[in-house]
Design a protein around this ligand. Structure first.
Ligand SMILES: *[C@@H]1O[C@H](CO)[C@@H](O)[C@H](O)[C@H]1NC(C)=O
Ligand SMILES: *[C@@H]1O[C@H](CO)[C@@H](O)[C@H](O)[C@H]1NC(C)=O
Ligand SMILES: *[C@@H]1O[C@H](CO)[C@@H](O)[C@H](O)[C@H]1NC(C)=O
Ligand SMILES: *[C@@H]1O[C@H](CO)[C@@H](O)[C@H](O)[C@H]1NC(C)=O
Length: 499
């Protein structure tokens, strides 16, 4: 009797202590979150993997934060963004097939509640600066109707950095918005215009609210223009494309630097979690490099999907090291929401990585689905469980941006000779090969040894696992072009109002 009473008393005291602690944690203000997504950033395109690249700001932030070695994204831009915004693998949202091109009438389906919508529910002020690329054929798809308080940037897959024009498989059109208004055309360099806007947002931020800034950069990306003073930083590099590409990486560094400076000046930096990650690997033909990883953007190889990433912030319990835990960009959705104290849908694929990020605890994730795309002209499907990765399909072809014989291989800067312009299929191509690749990506991260024949039982198990995921497969939203979206129908500006 006495003992029970004591035990009860003890438990009650213990609970009071616990709950006081919890409520203290609860009352801690949710952090400002700055999420920087770089466009087409190869494994080798960052200073901490390649010392030739000059990015002092990012190098220092990464060194003072946590560098990730097994951060995964989707093979192309739209699917990565769909996963981040929805928390689902894109084969479940219909965004798995390559990427939204200018005349695709679709986007991230409206039934998915986005990351910023959920952050707004708990009081965040939310801003997107840069590239959206999740649909614009109707107003409802625009970022300001998907949870962002403000939008300053482009709707399409990207533009030339000076002219803000894009003519990839459509008439060339202008693509630069300030909320719903079109920004007057100037010849200023887009990355710096975006950084200036990010700084303005920080300077005007109401400090009693937490800030979510999604800085979806236009660099490095495909378009080769770079301000001459940045190209000049690499005067001793003889290959033109590489010199310009490196220059864009240094632009990116300065842009991030001005955002960090602004946060420091407003005393927001100590409460800011900064997340930096690439949206997919480099397109080697535009001179980025995934070296020593295999493949280029849009394939199912590691070069397309395993990207440079780090986080930085005072709230991290352990910093200054490289973290080798497995995670996928869907997890950022869940992790950011849980850090913010916001709800997430219970069926999402994203997992809460906060203890992995902040304390180097082991990842709750043992599996990632690289993609499932049942379109006959696509790279197919790939999955990793533990150390093993299965690619089932055709890793050396992608449609319609096909770069025949230039996607399956190990490419360093300048190794791929063309400018990377898309080549439309003529109809005379041989049918896509149907391969089965099995790699141990821990022992063989460069995917040099296909061990499928040695381990038929693992191949079988991984195929079965893919089939289990296929139950949730949604047909792709971007299967046919609609000429109604051509910018020539909208005074030369990519605009909503055609679906
Ligand atoms: C260019 O110079 C830098 C030092 O400023 C050096 O690290 C790099 O290796 C040089 N690159 C070439 C191609 O000579
Ligand atoms: C992080 O965790 C891994 C796996 O437990 C361990 O091997 C590594 O030493 C840890 N790193 C640090 C800096 O504690
Ligand atoms: C691709 O490689 C195959 C086999 O190596 C060759 O027959 C074909 O001509 C190449 N195609 C192109 C476009 O280079
Ligand atoms: C590819 O090969 C696998 C294994 O042999 C088979 O199950 C699958 O149906 C094939 N896919 C196509 C599109 O031919």
């Amino acid at each position: 009797m006495h003992l029970t009473y004591l035990a009860l008393l003890f438990m009650t005291v213990f609970e009071v202590v616990l709950s006081t602690r919890e409520s203290r944690e609860d009352r801690r203000k949710p952090p400002h979150i700055v999420l920087i997504l770089a466009d087409d950033l190869g494994w080798n395109d960052v200073g901490w993997h390649n010392p030739e690249v000059k990015m002092p700001v990012l190098n220092q932030l990464a060194a003072d934060g946590v560098i990730f070695n097994q951060a995964y994204v989707q093979p192309t831009c739209t699917p990565t963004r769909a996963a981040l915004m929805s928390g689902y693998y894109p084969f479940k949202t219909g965004n798995q097939h390559q990427l939204l091109l200018n005349l695709h009438p679709g986007g991230l389906p409206l039934r998915f509640k986005t990351l910023p919508q959920r952050l707004k529910d708990v009081g965040y002020l939310t801003h997107i600066v840069g590239k959206w690329h999740l649909g614009f054929c109707k107003e409802a798809f625009l970022p300001t109707n998907r949870g962002f308080d403000s939008f300053y940037g482009g709707l399409t897959l990207g533009t030339s950095h000076f002219s803000k024009m894009n003519g990839i498989l459509s008439t060339p059109g202008y693509d630069f918005y300030d909320n719903s208004g079109v920004v007057p055309q100037t010849n200023d360099y887009l990355a710096f215009m975006l950084a200036d806007r990010a700084v303005k947002i920080i300077n005007g931020h109401y400090q009693e609210y937490p800030l979510f800034m999604y800085f979806s950069m236009d660099v490095p990306a495909k378009s080769p223009e770079v301000p001459p003073e940045y190209e000049a930083l690499y005067a001793n590099i003889t290959d033109d494309r590489t010199r310009r590409f490196y220059g864009k990486l240094s632009v990116m560094d300065d842009a991030v630097g001005s955002v960090v400076d602004a946060l420091k000046k407003r005393d927001m930096w100590d409460d800011t979690l900064l997340i930096f990650i690439g949206d997919n690997g480099a397109l080697a033909s535009s001179s980025g490099s995934n070296w020593p990883l295999r493949g280029i953007a849009a394939t199912l190889f590691e070069g397309a999907t395993r990207v440079p990433a780090f986080i930085h912030g005072n709230m991290l319990k352990q910093t200054g090291y490289e973290n080798n835990e497995l995670w996928h960009i869907v997890d950022l959705h869940k992790t950011i929401l849980s850090l913010a104290g916001a709800e997430s849908s219970c069926e999402i694929d994203g997992m809460d990585m906060w203890d992995t990020f902040s304390k180097n605890e082991s990842s709750p994730r043992n599996e990632i689905v690289y993609n499932i795309d049942d379109d006959p002209i696509s790279p197919g499907a790939a999955i990793r469980v533990g150390d093993y990765k299965l690619i089932a399909g055709n890793p050396d072809l992608f449609y319609p941006l096909r770069l025949i014989n230039q996607s399956d291989g190990w490419f360093n800067y300048g190794d791929v000779p063309t400018s990377g312009l898309p080549v439309l299929p003529t109809g005379d191509e041989p049918p896509p090969p149907n391969v089965t690749y099995l790699f141990n990506v821990i022992d063989d991260p460069e995917e040099r040894n296909n061990i499928a024949d040695d381990h038929p039982e693992i191949v079988q198990a991984l195929r079965q696992r893919l089939d289990e995921h296929r139950i949730y497969y949604m047909p792709a939203v971007n299967q046919v072009f609609d000429e109604a979206g051509d910018p020539s129908n909208f005074d030369g500006v990519f605009s909503p109002g055609w679906c």
